[in-house]
Design a protein around this ligand. Structure first.
Ligand SMILES: Cc1ncc(COP(=O)(O)O)c(C=O)c1O
Length: 393
């Protein structure tokens, strides 16, 4: 495995939700954490240099967003997806992906409106919709031999039943699949047929395995783009979640105007997080080599875990994926109530992973294991999973 990406030690006095919070909560000194979706790697030097540059300039007053920010995003979307947007008229900022997603949901739907999600999906989707009084329509993904597929008949039924919006995740957390152009074309066709708007959360689009390509659904046609808002952030690919900076892209001028008004209504257009602006410029403009190295490391970790399961506990299985640092593992063969899986793993093996049970229909019996970690932790985590499997088979 590649050793060129420095790993942040797990005992160096940081304040991480992934490690220190869980250690304090459990009091286990040998706890291993594979839960929270960030990386144990040091963020790229160009980003850290950009942060230092801000501090050296010594001005932390309201920043303006420089032209370079729009240029970099424009060039990045063009290079990764051939998507040529008019950056100045279609990009707006938000304090994280979910704040932007929620703002768009509130602009495009009303309380009690139906919103479709493809499950299993990151638990925040359901939580945000539920707490904001939207009706959740779950369209479960179908497990096939080599991963997952969408049941388009079922998706059409969701739309036909009155869904106003589809909240897409591309690549999809937790299954780690980047939707193909063909899959997105079918989704787009149905959305246009039923006039369903789309929020596409593409926060994981920088974490593709080699040989996989990324298509933003909005890039398929001007028509579907008018129905779509796409959300991006450097948070997952370049490990900058603490900066709370994301941006959305919409080529629908009305949605764009409404969103800008929303920002004004919260006084959020007056000054953005300067670190987020600088990090975005550095990440999308200067960190391609770092990203490639990280992907080599993550792909090697995937291969390792897949093989480890095949050789040691074939009753369970790492599901094939093509993106992200998640291994989505089928543990349904174990004699455990699905909602207890992670609780028992924590108690018996002192390890934290995400429980698929809480990610919507189709998630029960699965766990999500974050592979963006130290090599030794990965091996030890795999060994603890083996112990666990043999205890409960
Ligand atoms: C699918 C998905 N979208 C959005 C987020 C949140 O991103 P951010 O913290 O950058 O707003 C997460 C975090 O885990 C996620 O998994």
């Amino acid at each position: 495995m590649s050793e060129q990406i420095p790993v942040i030690a797990s005992n160096d006095g940081l304040y991480r939700l992934k490690w220190e919070y869980e250690r304090e909560r459990t009091s286990y000194t040998d706890l291993l954490c594979f839960g929270t979706a960030d990386m144990d790697y040091r963020s790229p030097e160009p980003i850290l240099d950009a942060m230092r540059g801000v501090l050296d300039r010594g001005h932390l007053g309201y920043p303006m967003i420089p032209e370079r920010y729009y240029e970099v995003i424009h060039n990045w979307l063009l290079s990764i997806a051939g998507w040529d947007i008019d950056a100045r008229c279609s990009i707006a900022q938000s304090a994280g992906i979910y704040m932007g997603a929620w703002a768009i949901i509130s602009l495009l739907t009303r309380p009690q409106d139906m919103v479709t999600i493809l499950t299993p999906v990151h638990f925040c989707y359901k939580e945000i919709l539920r707490l904001n009084n939207r009706k959740i329509i779950e369209c479960p993904l179908e497990l096939i031999e080599n991963g997952y597929s969408i049941n388009f008949g079922r998706l059409e039924a969701c739309f036909a039943s009155g869904s106003r919006l589809l909240w897409l995740c591309n690549p999809h957390n937790p299954i780690g699949h980047a939707w193909t152009k063909a899959e997105l074309e079918k989704i787009a066709e149905l959305c246009l047929k039923y006039q369903v708007y789309i929020i596409s959360d593409d926060v994981y689009c920088g974490l593709l395995f080699s040989g996989t390509s990324y298509t933003p659904i909005a890039s398929l046609s001007k028509e579907i783009s008018r129905y779509t808002v796409t959300l991006y952030s450097t948070s997952k690919t370049y490990n900058t979640a603490a900066l709370r900076h994301a941006f959305l892209v919409t080529e629908n001028p009305e949605i764009y105007k409404k969103y800008r008004e929303f920002l004004t209504s919260m006084s959020m257009d007056y000054g953005q997080n300067i670190m987020g602006i600088e990090a975005t410029i550095a990440a999308l403009g200067e960190c391609e080599e770092w990203r490639r190295k990280v992907m080599e490391k993550i792909m090697a970790a995937h291969r390792f875990l897949e093989k480890y399961f095949e050789e040691n506990m074939p009753m369970c299985k790492v599901i094939k994926s093509d993106s992200s640092y998640f291994a989505w593992i089928d543990m349904r063969a174990l004699k455990i109530q699905p909602q207890m899986l992670t609780h028992l793993l924590e108690q018996e093996e002192h390890m934290i992973v995400e429980n698929g049970y809480f990610l919507g229909k189709g998630g029960a019996g699965f766990i999500r294991f974050n592979l963006a970690c130290d090599e030794e932790h990965l091996k030890e985590g795999a060994a603890r999973l083996k112990e666990f499997c043999f205890k409960h088979i």
